[in-house]
Design a protein. Sequence first.
Length: 162
Amino acid sequence: MDCPFGIYCRLQGEIFLDDLGWLRKRLTKLYKRNPHVKLLQIRVADISKGTAFLEMAAEYEKHGNLHGVVHGGAVASLADTAMGVACSTLGNKVVTVDMNINFIKNAGLGIIRAVGKVLHSGRHTMVAEAEIFDTGNVLLAKARGTFFVVGQFEQGDEEDDA
């Protein structure tokens, strides 16, 4: 499978795994139903173990601020979601405990990409980071978060997601 994030994947040496099968389908379905994710037009582009690739189609009417660029809150939501999905690729259901973000450059309207990566996976907490890029692979923001593990995803318990 080709990396949807171009040069970033080549630089990081990401390997895309298809052995996530059921979890990939499940996470995609779950996040399509998430009201906040739907509102912000965030989609899961790809996952590998411990890593998530997301995209957000930023429009002025939904994501813009008074300066004509993407509001920092929308960028932070994309980063938080990318880190949460990355944690979920290891089979954990998580909620955010703490998050910080550094805004490096204004995010323009259009497609914005996020790469979330797990840094630590413990029994009760996880630590992840996210980098936000524009379509030219320019780094726009970098975030780090701590997540509390509230359960595990297991095959066959999809009815719990309703």
